[in-house]
Design a binder for this molecule. Sequence first.
Ligand code: GAL
Length: 713
Amino acid sequence: MQKLFLSLLVLITIDAHAQTSAFQWRQIAPGIWKGVIGKPETISPLGVAEIKPLMAALQKLGSPVFPQNLKESKGELNDGKTYLRFPLDKNEQLFGLGLNFKTVQQRGTIKTLHVDHYNGKDDGRTHAPVPFYVSDKGYGVLINSARYVTVYAGTAVRKDSKNPPLEMNRNTDRNWDASPYSDAVEMLVPAAGTEVYVFAGKTALEVVKRYNLYCGGGVLPPKWGLGFTHRTPTLFSDQQILDEVESFEQKGYPLSFVGLEPGWQSHSYPNSFVWDSTRFPHPKQFLDQLLTKNIRTNLWINPYVSSRSPIFKSIQPYTASHTVWVGIVPDFNMKPARDLFKKLFTEQHIQNGVAGYKVDETDGYDSWLWPDVARFPSGYSAEQIRQTYGLQFQKMSADWFREKNTRTYGLTRASNAGSSSLPYVIYNDYYNHKDFITALCNSSFIGVLWTPEARSSKTAEEWLRRMQSVCFSPMAMLNAWADGTKPWTFPEVAEQVKEVMQLRMQLLPYLYTTFAQYRYEGTPPVRAMNLTEGFSFEEKVTGANLHSSENPYAIAVRSDIKDQYMLGDYILVAPFFAGDRIRKVVLPKGKWYDFYTGKLAGEGETIEVSQPNLDRIPLFVKDGGIIPMIPALLHTPKRDEQIPLTVRHYGSLENSWDLYDDDGETFDYEKGIQSWTRLSVRKKPDGTLEGSLPTTQGKMFHYKDIRWEYMGR
Ligand code: GAL
């Protein structure tokens, strides 16, 4: 009796401290709910990104009911922290949880989501540790916290579990499992409260669309942003850059914008943010010269201010207790700090024609950032500022361009939730080609863009492989800041590299529409196979063999499709990696055709493609695929240029697809100044296919002389 009384007392005490409660979900948009535990903090990723949900598009997407699976979700406050619990089904798969590089499926992983430079492990330390996961059961969960959130994504087992794993005897039972079944995602938010958002959807893709639309819709880059970009060696002068641009043109390699690395500044790092007068005596003239060739300029910076910068003295009061690379660290939560940057950057760069920034080193590693004991004048903690710094710079600088009614498209090394509509692509210094492709897949779940930039290579083959995959990513970039590599550096593959860069330019109408789908419908431009209709893949579990040093607990490894992805609605990209002569490609349901020849490649099956010679990146097109293409221009088309359009149709299915266009540079599209052109292919009575004359709603901005090409006929 005494025992019973004691344990009752313990139970009551735990409960009084813990305040376990079910969520009170409040619907805030069709298919989106918000729940609050405790008192959410005043700084959060969605708040910093200042998201503006696209309500009309959300309404159009439909109103699914609250996900059944999440009805039993729980939250509690304990020890000044928030404990969260979301149930999982037996065969549920999870995706997202930051920009991961090793695996696509995240069930069974533990991470502390922490802005950092990726260092080879999917442990949560990454450039965009977005606290958002998507389930293949048709829902997503977002924790809107600027803290280092720890996630146990189906690893922890509670003793009151409704679906507990069976206890087994390792000595006698062959099915003994080192990772016993877990029926929940649990999270620890180190703050006394947080907002939680739930996104519903029939499919994982619909969930992602809803998330992106809630965050303001995906970004629509300026057209030049989708051409090719070359970052020049750091100490290049204006003339050297002009010469470099000239050689691209003479050799016939496309180029849409150049990147200037730290040497454009008089002092860096830390940074003066003003032009170096020996290398760039006449910045405006230099930028104009590039612009007359229709080439834009992007400037490298990191935000840490040098004593030689004109804003050094005035920004001092709004900076952190610690420096980064001896530069003072602005607290952009303070308006005067934002204003000082805006004035300097607008006057020095944007008014002279600079088109965008590469915002470097907002991520880590730890020793290259402020420590967590740093203090900031806004009163927010170093942790909160670290989780939002890159995001905040994206938002702040995007607004400078927006005020001029000019679109920008730049680079960032740190991001977080809410960034879908921000015009920035993530890159890093890590350089594993395969992992770069996995990051492309993973970017599609969390509303960020990623570029597998090419810098240099050990062999011609590797160079070609890297250049091929970067041309099929959100930013086709050669970052030659240190090595001075050119597209033609390896003569053995110079022509093949040129061909894939030209193909990128030919695909501009398709790519631009793919981004318009991101903007208006929330559909990510690059899509992991798990977001693709008709994709199914038998998961194999291997490696559960005992090994005293490598695998003492016999932990099984799950297989994953992470080396192929969709670019837009129709193109499946299956890159080759240096050394590979043969690779497997998993084709979703239906027929798929070779992009180059139009020949049938396979139907809902796993095929093997072999590449006896180096030439082309394997690309496959879905049956009925409609792909609009332009000639291989050297630069992005000018604002008033009209170009002939060839529309390819693949396979035998009737189909329609809407081609998007606008002026390619301003935000006038938000006022409805844009067009959608319906491209349709129908079967004639004799069974042959015929493309219709396009019908355009709005002005036909850049295309003329539309003609159809039936591939494979
Ligand atoms: C690195 C960056 C490189 C290059 C370099 C210049 O942090 O990742 O791409 O910009 O700085 O110092």
